[in-house]
Write a protein that binds this ligand. Structure first.
Ligand code: FVH
Length: 299
């Protein structure tokens, strides 16, 4: 009796769109030995990949029919439909993975379009920059066809080891995407406010970096589980820090910014939110209760 220990041959893949991200995706597939067919509107972006072993397709249709799995990564949802709408016959029965950023509504509309044309569809959101693609920690969210994800998850993990399937709702990856980007932007906003303020006294960003990092690691990040629990339970009682306390503290940040000649524009909307919540009688609640102001903006 013999036991076959050979691994299955890497799945042939097609990559449509070779911008910064699409090129990184194609490079990751090539690096792991996947036969990779590439297409880009302007062909010169394919040349370097072809020199590394990719097959350059002259037409979108030739790329799509080269294998069972096509990954598309273009600048916008509109571009995806411009490129793929005329190709439904070439996609029928194949798996299409759309890693183009979109809104949940756009993702669900593309899923409906795919279903109508017999295309197995996964929508994805890449939570990484091109240099991180292919790393074990690179996170890509997927939603849509469960059989498509099961069949191809090993191949998709080539793009990011932390590939995560969120279920059959194709809108969820984009929702998680914008949710995480919001956290990134508010962290950046807080940091640049701090650096503008400190810079007025000659404190460099480099000098402040250890304190910013320690503050995030030891104060902000440990607050997240507590915030999650308060939000999920809608119980905003606190024995740590009330909105009344934060109302005074944020007023200090706004007036110190003005006094130092720094715009408080980034901080003002958050200050207004705190003040509104306090004015409605919730000054003893925790910061997490601000979610109620967002959930009921016109209340
Ligand atoms: N780069 C990043 O850091 C991020 C990280 C997270 C997710 N994104 C999303 O990925 C999508 C593509 O982003 P990209 O960085 O690759 O973008 P570009 O380098 O600007 O490449 C855009 C490609 O799209 C092609 N394209 C645009 N419009 C059309 C069209 N109407 N028909 C055909 N192709 C089109 C463009 O082609 P060309 O200009 O080279 O001919 C590029 O291949 C995006 O959703 C990010 O949000 C990236």
């Amino acid at each position: 009796m013999s036991t076959d220990t050979t691994s299955p041959a890497p799945t042939p893949v097609s990559v449509i769109g070779l911008g910064m991200m699409g090129t990184a995706l194609a490079e990751a597939f090539l690096g792991q030995g996947h036969p990779t067919t590439v297409w880009n509107r302007s062909f010169q972006k394919a040349e370097q990949l072809v020199s590394r072993g990719a097959t350059g397709a002259d037409t979108v249709g030739a790329a799509l029919t080269a294998g069972p799995l096509a990954v598309v990564c273009l600048s916008t949802d509109e571009a995806v439909h411009q490129v793929l709408d005329p190709e439904v016959q070439n996609l029928k029965g194949r798996v299409l993975v759309n890693l183009t950023s979109s809104t949940p509504e756009e993702a669900r509309a593309t899923a409906a379009w795919a279903e109508q044309h017999g295309i197995m569809y996964l929508d994805g959101a890449i939570m990484a920059t091109p240099p991180l693609v292919g790393q074990p920690q690179a996170l890509i969210f997927y939603g849509g066809s469960a059989p498509a994800f099961e069949d191809h998850q090993e191949t998709l993990r080539v793009l990011g080891g932390a590939a995560t399937y969120l279920g059959d709702d194709t809108g969820l990856p984009s929702l998680y995407d914008v949710a995480l980007l919001g956290i990134l932007w508010s962290t950046v906003a807080g940091n640049i406010q701090a650096l503008a303020l400190l810079g007025t006294e000659g404190v460099t960003a480099e000098a402040f970096l250890p304190y910013a990092t320690a503050w995030l690691n030891h104060v902000a990040v440990p607050y997240l589980p507590r915030l999650a629990e308060e939000v999920d339970r809608q119980d905003y009682a606190t024995d740590v820090s009330t909105l009344n306390v934060n109302k005074e503290a944020i007023a200090h940040l706004v007036s110190a910014s003005r006094a130092q000649g720094v715009s408080p524009d980034l901080v003002l909307p958050f200050q207004a939110l705190i003040e509104r919540r306090v004015a409605r009688g919730h000054g003893s609640d925790s910061l997490s209760s601000l979610i109620e102001e967002l959930r009921n903006p016109s209340a």
